[in-house]
Design a protein around this ligand. Structure first.
Ligand SMILES: [Zn+2]
Length: 403
């Protein structure tokens, strides 16, 4: 992405409007000119010119609507070009997942490469580079590839994409974005996995259309969080914001790897739930948990109630600080909620302040296994959506002709 938009004010306005239109088409998938007019407040002829330019840039297609059963003059439907794609990469403790996502959010492909041990940053880069080389032909001929979105289970510094700390990968200060850029030739944008989960759920999941939401995910390695405030991911000064898993819920709790005691993720964790259920396969957790909780199994009820109580404390603090409309729970936190939805909602209500608690709703995440692929693609597409005209390679004449 260009550091700044050059040109006169008219050019600047046009490029902002192109960004606005492409952003709406990308978010909505298929949209009529009439709907774009309503949503953006731009007039019909401006919309027509902007759409024509995006068509010329190869970023959207305009199709004639189905003429049957329509009253009045039908409006053409605009869809994102599924030839424009982003590559996504998500290193885990036992695998590297690589995805291909089209503009508009459709996941074209998602492949998991198992590793025999926790992968190093170098190994993740090598696996990704090999996977990209294997599909290089289609990435450069069938598709226009905008770059790579990298979902990191750890802290990512916003200004240079450095992975400051990924505790469960045992990575410290790894410039994995730079390494991946050098190995593949593509632009790379990296983000914290839970932050990307929050973006994904707000764009295409449970929080679609909601500007203020908190996403909390419970996984094998702990609890990650992401906050969307006013429609924007809250990054903080360095990009580390959202670590709700490391807020205090029990002053006499267990020691946390972060150096504190009684963090949410030490008091609410998946391991003890699997243990009490006698399971070692996490995918079986929810069914067993719901069944034994509903049956009144004393040990299971005690543990679920205890974890639900601590989770409610953290959620109530979150409600008071951020005043979200929605709290989206993913991973085993969604299972905990499913076991005792009323108990969790009532506990949050009883602990949060009267104002913010009256608007907030708890829901489960809906994107499942695709969530990080969808979220990582969003950050890879973001520079293109911010300035679609920058994607023009040789169409300068066509661009100025459409003004
Ligand atoms: Zn902690």
């Amino acid at each position: 992405m260009r550091a700044e938009l050059r040109g006169n004010n008219l050019d600047l306005v046009r490029r902002r409007n192109l960004s606005l239109i492409l952003g709406r088409v990308h978010a909505l998938g298929a949209v009529s000119r009439a709907q774009l007019t309503r949503e953006t407040g731009l007039n019909r002829s401006t919309i027509a010119a902007l759409v024509a330019e995006l068509v010329q840039l190869g970023l959207v297609l305009e199709t004639e609507p189905d003429q049957t059963n329509l009253v009045g003059r039908p409006s053409p439907v605009i869809v994102p070009s599924d030839r424009t794609v982003a590559i996504t990469v998500n290193p885990e403790i036992d695998a590297v997942s690589i995805g291909l996502v089209a503009l508009g959010g459709r996941v074209i492909r998602q492949v998991r490469y198992d590793t025999r041990h926790i992968p190093t940053a170098r190994e993740v880069v090598d696996i990704t580079a090999a996977a990209i080389d294997a599909m290089r032909g289609e990435l450069e001929t069938t598709y226009r590839t905008v770059g790579i979105g990298l979902a990191i289970p750890g802290l990512v510094r916003a200004d240079d994409q450095l992975v400051t700390l990924a505790p469960h990968l045992e990575w410290h200060n790894e410039p994995v974005g730079d390494m991946l850029r050098a190995a593949t030739g593509y632009e790379v944008v990296a983000g914290n996995d839970a932050s990307l989960g929050a973006i994904a759920e707000s764009m295409r999941g449970a929080g679609r259309g909601i500007d203020d939401l908190v996403y909390l995910n419970g996984g094998a390695s702990g609890i990650g969080g992401g906050i969307i405030a006013g429609g924007v991911l809250l990054g903080g000064t360095s990009g580390y914001a959202g670590e709700i898993g490391h807020t205090l819920v029990n002053s006499t709790g267990a020691a946390c790897h972060c150096g504190a005691v009684g963090c949410l993720e030490t008091e609410v964790s998946r391991g003890p739930l699997l243990d009490v259920l006698g399971l070692d396969q996490p995918e079986l957790l929810e069914e067993a948990l719901l069944e034994r909780y509903a049956a009144g199994d004393a040990e299971v009820v005690a543990l679920v109630d205890r974890q639900t109580g601590y989770l409610a404390r953290a959620l109530a603090n979150t409600v008071n600080v951020f005043n979200p409309r929605l709290i989206v729970l993913g991973g085993f936190l969604g299972s905990l909620y499913a076991a005792a939805p009323d108990a969790l909602s009532e506990a949050v209500s009883s602990l949060a302040m009267a104002g913010p608690r009256s608007e907030v709703q708890l829901v489960r995440a809906t994107l499942g296994n695709a969530i990080l692929t969808v979220g990582a693609a969003e950050i890879a597409f973001a520079p293109l959506i911010a300035d679609p005209a920058s994607s023009a390679v040789s169409d300068k004449d066509a661009v100025s002709a459409s003004l």
